[in-house]
Design a protein around this ligand. Structure first.
Ligand code: COI
Length: 349
């Protein structure tokens, strides 16, 4: 791996005061190019612009995938990654589905660790804060032929990560548009999954909601995921979430929350959940919480769920009562080295 260090760091402690997620990038980035059927040598260099023409094939046919991860700093200054092997595996699952080359483990893992190590001052030590890590791969061949590209760039960027959403969200349950269909790319972290969600989200905003909760494309009767988050529903004292599928992203936070919840003695059900069940539970007073979980978001407890023309307001629970908030605290404590790590999830940089 080639390492070209920045001459003068752009870091100042004020970078941690930024309010918008994903807009302040750290000093360095990792780049690795795929050409002539093989990956080249990765290089870590100062973050900056790249040179492309408008013929870059990702711009036309959308062969682009990414991952979301975070680095955390413990009170003793140690920096940790969280279950990075899960992101590595998922990136390659996405690559296979998009007919892109898989990235070798040593490029992903060694590159990630070297980059985070070099920019460790950009990892905030304040509890609950982190540095967001964005591995991304896209087609770079200068060709507008509709076929898989012969050239790709794998890059890792890191960005300061304040709260992804600055408030609890209200969400609209999808009843017309879909994010994914069987046989499609819904399980992959493909750029196009996000692009396709922006217009329905725009419409939901016009109706006074912040985000869309996607339902199954065939019947719009089952709750699936929220695009930037997997969705968990608490009915009575049971925590319910949809099983992952061809249409639902296998979220690392989702999986971690399910394991943590079980360890904390919370009753967990991974099963299909209908919109009607959520509606009925709201009417009977049994619907306690609906929340989104994801790397960028961590946990967002929804304040309202829109179903057809009805807006179902959700109860306001205290942090001690809310499963979402209890799980968030337990997860962040583990990620930051405040608590034990019985699962072996932390990876020291
Ligand atoms: C993440 O949670 O890290 C994601 O990749 C979702 C993204 C749209 C911010």
């Amino acid at each position: 791996m080639i390492i070209e260090k920045i001459k003068e760091s752009r870091f100042t402690p004020e970078v941690f005061d930024i309010e918008t997620f994903g807009t302040a990038f750290s000093d360095h980035m990792l780049l690795c190019w795929y050409k002539d059927g093989k990956w080249g040598e990765p290089i870590i260099k100062p973050y900056g612009k790249l040179d492309f023409t408008p013929a870059i094939s990702v711009g036309h046919y959308g062969q682009g995938i990414f991952e979301g991860m975070k680095a955390y700093k413990g009170s003793n200054g140690d920096v940790y990654l969280f279950r990075p092997e899960k992101n590595f595996e998922r990136l390659n699952k996405s690559a296979v589905r998009l007919d892109m080359p898989e990235i070798p483990e040593h490029i992903f893992m060694d590159g990630l660790k070297a980059l985070v190590d070099l920019d460790r001052q950009w990892v905030p030590a304040t509890h609950g804060m982190s540095l967001y890590l964005r591995p991304v791969m896209f087609a770079t061949e200068e060709a507008i032929t509709a076929r898989s590209s012969n050239e790709y760039l794998f890059a890792i960027l890191t960005a300061v990560a304040p709260n992804y959403y600055n408030k609890p969200l209200s969400v609209k349950i999808a009843d017309r548009y879909s994010r994914a269909a069987n046989g499609g790319v819904g399980f992959a972290k493909a750029a196009g999954n996000y692009a396709g969600s922006f217009y329905p989200t725009h419409l939901a905003r016009e109706e006074g909601y912040d985000q869309v909760v996607w339902t199954d494309d065939a019947t719009h009767t089952f709750i699936e995921e929220a695009g930037t988050m997997n969705v968990m529903v608490r009915i009575g004292d049971k925590l319910i979430t949809a099983p992952t599928s061809e249409r639902i992203l296998d979220g690392v936070t989702r999986d971690s929350m399910l394991q943590l919840a079980t360890k904390l003695g919370i009753e967990v059900e991974v099963r299909k959940i209908t919109v009607q069940e959520v509606y009925d539970a709201h009417k009977s007073g049994e619907l306690k919480e609906v929340f989104g979980v994801g790397t960028a978001v961590v946990v967002n407890n929804y304040v309202a769920v829109g179903y057809g023309d009805e807006r179902l307001e959700l109860p306001l629970l205290s942090p001690e009562e809310s499963y979402g908030q209890i799980l968030k605290k337990n997860l962040v404590d583990l990620q930051m080295g405040v608590s034990e790590d019985p699962f072996g999830w932390r990876v020291k940089v």
